[in-house]
Structure formats: structure tokens, C-alpha cells
Ligand binder design. Structure first.
Ligand SMILES: Cc1cc2nc3c(=O)[nH]c(=O)nc-3n(C[C@H](O)[C@H](O)[C@H](O)COP(=O)(O)OP(=O)(O)OC[C@H]3O[C@@H](n4cnc5c(N)ncnc54)[C@H](O)[C@@H]3O)c2cc1C
Length: 490
């Protein structure tokens, strides 16, 4: 039987898989998604929103407005439920967005559909076999696809990760939570109720009638589908009544287990999102870092499949993204510990709250939780190197322009800000655009504050700075070759 071919197959069309597909499609890669669900409809609401850096990343592709127009802009960053205000941060999006995952996914899916990415729906990837030139991807209907690369974006229980033999290392759960959406005949005890193990909460859902229930269970449970009896039992244990819970439209269990893939790549198979890292929802990080994994990987994979860059460009994915996942795991462990309601932990939480009212600690933690401090280690140099490029208001020959608009097509850009003159990128002109512009304002980075104005910056498609000019072109050719492939012969 002939196999349908794609350059890249993505297993899983959740937020990470959709974002990755969009990135690849923008760069004209033949990409397809295989997704178990028949539609994008999600059972339950799951993630509660987007942090600042994720909004920026979406803005870099010109799609942030689609999300902002459906959610509520607010200060969402927090640490162990201690609110961290970022309204004084130097970013256009000095806030987060309250918008639940069941709204986020359809917006991403619509974008991916505009980009004409095929989605094989209602099918599982059931296995794969890789060789020197590609991967055979088996589907649950007996068909198989052939791809140059397979990316597992198939969530925390990732089959791709397991079949690739990649270890999932970390911490077993200390807590399990039931999360439900249901009706109640009695008026529930609204709000958050901490107990010795952690927090519990009963909140009104959007329709104002149904209740979103979050309960930590008396005994840690893992796996297995929770039942209505489990929910009743947990409600009674905490509130002394089950409030007449009925008509449960969503019931699930999650834990505070924290695990991370030992490797994000096994030859032609890569992992991103929850497939690469799972942890408790404390701090609301999972969806956000999954989307950002996708934006880090997408352009690299596109350049490798098109032959623009050698395969070793993919070796930069893990060193850049694994530390981010590892940091999030630790942050969630710390927050889970801090949210226990016993007297000693409450005292610790009070101290931490006080500490975070001070400016310097607040800025550091807020930048971590909002993703604005991400710094890829690209070596010594100007503070901008490896950090996110700020969305400056530029003046160009054709009028005013924001930096992020330069990245809408997911292609790299050399931004020249000094005197017009020799920065010769002709051998990369087919890949890297050159923009001459002026910027008169201050260069300011979150936490670091003002930094020296560069004369030029080379910006990767993910918005991170790959080279900073100081009036000369020293290091520019190396940076161009490292990130965007060898020069084209004249
Ligand atoms: C209660 C709760 C609250 C949360 N709150 C937040 C929050 O506020 N902020 C935040 O950032 N994150 C939050 N998260 C985490 C967030 O939901 C996940 O991190 C996010 O969904 C991960 O996206 P993903 O695309 O990597 O994986 P998933 O969303 O798990 O998507 C994986 C996809 O792969 C499909 N799939 C699985 N196996 C296969 C297969 N073999 N073949 C084909 N398809 C397959 C699945 O159907 C699914 O669509 C929360 C999670 C929970 C449970």
C-alpha cells in the first residue's frame, strides 16, 4: 500500500501540536496533524489563560488580537496564589489573559485551518518505526504515513515518548485533585477553601448556573477514571455535604506529579508540550510553555526539512527548552508545598507574600511566571543576546513599524539601527530580511532595566536575539551560519 507522505507529522492537536503546525505551515512545510478527538471540543475548560510572553509570541505572528478579543485582560501572574502585578513591565502586553483552553484551542485550530494544515481526525498514532531517511507512522485505522520527522505533541501520557524509549523522570504525586463541572441542588460554599493538603474551590462557571469544582482527595489516587462517588466522597469529606451534586458534565483527576522527558529528541522523533513535561497546574504554566516549545522548534525543523540548515540545528532545541521545563517543574513543586494549609506552611506563605511585595523579588518572580525573562544561553555578550527582542516602535523608510510585525511570516530579520552602511548579508538574502530603521527610545528589558542601545540585531523567528551589533559586523557571519545555514555561493 502506498503511504501518504508529509515532511512532518505531528501526533496530537492540542495547543502545542496546533501551534507547531501553524509555525511549520507559515514556513511552507508540508505538515499534518493526527488527532484522536473528532473535533476540537474539549471536555472541561482546563487551562485558565495566557501569560504575557505567550501573548507576545502570538503577537509575533499577528494573531494575538484573536485571543485578546475573546478573553479578559488582567494581572494573572502569581506564585502560590500570591498575585504578581506586571503592569510596570516594559512590554506592550503588560498583563495576562483570562481565557480558558476550550476557547484557546478553537482559535488556534481556525488559524491552522486557514494555513491549510490537514488534520487526520478521530485517529490515534499507534506506533512508528524510524530509519535513516524518515519515520513510518502507524494510524489506528491501519493506514500509515511517511514523514521526515515525527513530533509527539500527544500530551502527558505520550505514546510517542514511550515508544521512543525516552525516560520520564521526576517526582511521584503527593496530592491528587478531582476537577469537575456539575450542577448542585444546594447553594455551594463558594470560593477557595485551603486545608492541610492544599486548596479546594467551588466557582461559578460562565453560564452562572453550573459549578467548577476543585477538590484535593483524602488519599492520593492516580490513573483510573474518577467516578461520581469519588466526587461525592471528597465533597463530604471537606464540606460535610455533597451539595446535591448532579449532572456532571466533566470529571477528571490530576496530580502534582512532576516529570520531564530525559531527552526531547530521539533521532527523527521529537517531543514538545505535555509530552515532554508534566506538572501541577499551579502557576498556570503548562499550555504556555508548550506553545513556546512549539515556537522554538518550528522554524528549526522547517529549516532542516527544507535543507537550509544541517540537522544539528535541531540539537539546539533541547538545551534551550529543557531548562525552561525543568524550572517550571521546580516552581510547581515549590508552589504546591507553599499552598498546604497547615500552620507552619501558612506562616511560610505569609513570609513569601511579604517578600514578594518588595520590588526586586516581585519583578524576578513575575518575569519568571510570565515567561518574560527567558534567556537562551547563546554565549557571553550584550544582555539582549538570547533574550526576547522587545516590540519597539520603529521608524522605517516606509513609515512607522513595530518589531513584532517583522516576524509575522516567521522568518529571521536583521534590524539595522545605526548609520546606513556595510552589513553585508547578501549570501543569506534569500532567508534573512534586512530592515533599516531608527529607534529613538530607551532599550529596556524586564528585570534588567535599561540596556545599551545596539547598532543592529539579528532576530530569530521565535523572537530571540541571535546577534547584537556594536558598530561592527564582528560575529555576524558566524551567527547567520549557525542559525540560518551556510551562505549561498554568489
Ligand atoms: C485542571 C488543569 C488546569 C490547567 N491550568 C493551566 C493554566 O492555567 N495554564 C496553563 O498554561 N496550563 C494549564 N494546564 C495545563 C494545560 O492544560 C496543558 O499543559 C496543555 O493542554 C498541554 O498542551 P499539549 O498540546 O502539550 O497537550 P494536550 O493538551 O494534552 O494535547 C494532546 C493532544 O493529543 C491527542 N492525543 C493523545 N494521544 C494521541 C495519539 N496517540 N494519537 C493522536 N492523538 C493523540 C489528544 O487528544 C490531545 O488533543 C492545566 C491543566 C489542567 C488539567
Amino acid at each position: 500500500m502506498t503511504k501518504t507522505k508529509h515532511a512532518v507529522v505531528i501526533a496530537g492537536g492540542g495547543p502545542t501540536g496546533l501551534m507547531l503546525a501553524g509555525e511549520l505551515a507559515l514556513l511552507r512545510v508540508d505538515v499534518a496533524i493526527v488527532e484522536r478527538r473528532e473535533s476540537q471540543v474539549l471536555a472541561g475548560t482546563r487551562a485558565g489563560g495566557l501569560h504575557s510572553r505567550t501573548i507576545e509570541v502570538l503577537d509575533q505572528r499577528g494573531i494575538a488580537e484573536r485571543f485578546l478579543s475573546q478573553g479578559q485582560v488582567m494581572q494573572v501572574a502569581g506564585f502560590a496564589m500570591i498575585r504578581l502585578d506586571i503592569s510596570d513591565f516594559p512590554t506592550r502586553h503588560n498583563y495576562g489573559l483570562a481565557l480558558t483552553q476550550n476557547h484557546i484551542e478553537p482559535i488556534l485550530a481556525a488559524w491552522v485551518s486557514e494555513l491549510k494544515v490537514p488534520i487526520y481526525r478521530g485517529l490515534d498514532v499507534t506506533g512508528f518505526a524510524q530509519d535513516d531517511t524518515g519515520v513510518d507512522v502507524e494510524l489506528s485505522d491501519g493506514r500509515s504515513l511517511r514523514a521526515k520527522y515525527l513530533v509527539g505533541c500527544d500530551g502527558g501520557r505520550s505514546l510517542i515518548r514511550k515508544k521512543a524509549g525516552i525516560d520520564f523522570l521526576g517526582w511521584d504525586p503527593s496530592l491528587s485533585y478531582l476537577i469537575a463541572e456539575a450542577e448542585m441542588t444546594e447553594e455551594p460554599a463558594w470560593g477557595i477553601r485551603p486545608d492541610e493538603r492544599g486548596v479546594n474551590g467551588l466557582a461559578k462557571l460562565e453560564d452562572g448556573k453550573r459549578v467548577r469544582v476543585l477538590l484535593n482527595e483524602p488519599h492520593v489516587k492516580q490513573g483510573g477514571e474518577p467516578t461520581l462517588d469519588d466526587l461525592r466522597e471528597a465533597l463530604i469529606a471537606l464540606y460535610g455535604t455533597d451539595f446535591g451534586v448532579h449532572n456532571v458534565t466533566y470529571l477528571s483527576r490530576f496530580t502534582d506529579a512532576a516529570r520531564q522527558a530525559a531527552s526531547y529528541r530521539e533521532r527523527r522523533v521529537l517531543l514538545a508540550g505535555d509530552a515532554a513535561h508534566v506538572h501541577s497546574p499551579a502557576g498556570g504554566q503548562g499550555l504556555n510553555i508548550g506553545v513556546q516549545d512549539a515556537v522554538n522548534l518550528g522554524w528549526k525543523l522547517a529549516q532542516v526539512v527544507s535543507g537550509t540548515s544541517p540537522e544539528n540545528l535541531l540539537d539546539t532545541y533541547q538545551p534551550e527548552r529543557h531548562p525552561i521545563g525543568a524550572r517550571v517543574l521546580k516552581l510547581t513543586l515549590a508552589q504546591t508545598a507553599l499552598m498546604r494549609g497547615d500552620e507552619r506552611t501558612k506562616a511560610l506563605h505569609e513570609n513569601m507574600s511579604e517578600l514578594l511585595t518588595m520590588d526586586e523579588p516581585r519583578k524576578r518572580y513575575a518575569a519568571m511566571m510570565s515567561g518574560l525573562d527567558i534567556h537562551y544561553d547563546l554565549g557571553e555578550g550584550h544582555p539582549l543576546l538570547g533574550r526576547r527582542m522587545p516590540d519597539l516602535d520603529l521608524v522605517t523608510e516606509s513609515g512607522p513599524r513595530r518589531v513584532f510585525t517583522l516576524l509575522h511570516d516567521a522568518r529571521p530579520a536583521l534590524l539595522k539601527l545605526g548609520e546606513p552602511g556595510a552589513l553585508d548579508i547578501a549570501p543569506w538574502a534569500d532567508r534573512v530580511k534586512r530592515i533599516d530603521a531608527r529607534y529613538a527610545g530607551v532599550w529596556e528589558l524586564p528585570v534588567l532595566g535599561a540596556v545599551a542601545a545596539p547598532t543592529a540585531v539579528l532576530i530569530r523567528p521565535d523572537g530571540h536575539v541571535a546577534w547584537v551589533g556594536d558598530g561592527t559586523d564582528q560575529g555576524l557571519r558566524d551567527a547567520l551560519t549557525t542559525w540560518f545555514g551556510p551562505p549561498t555561493a554568489p
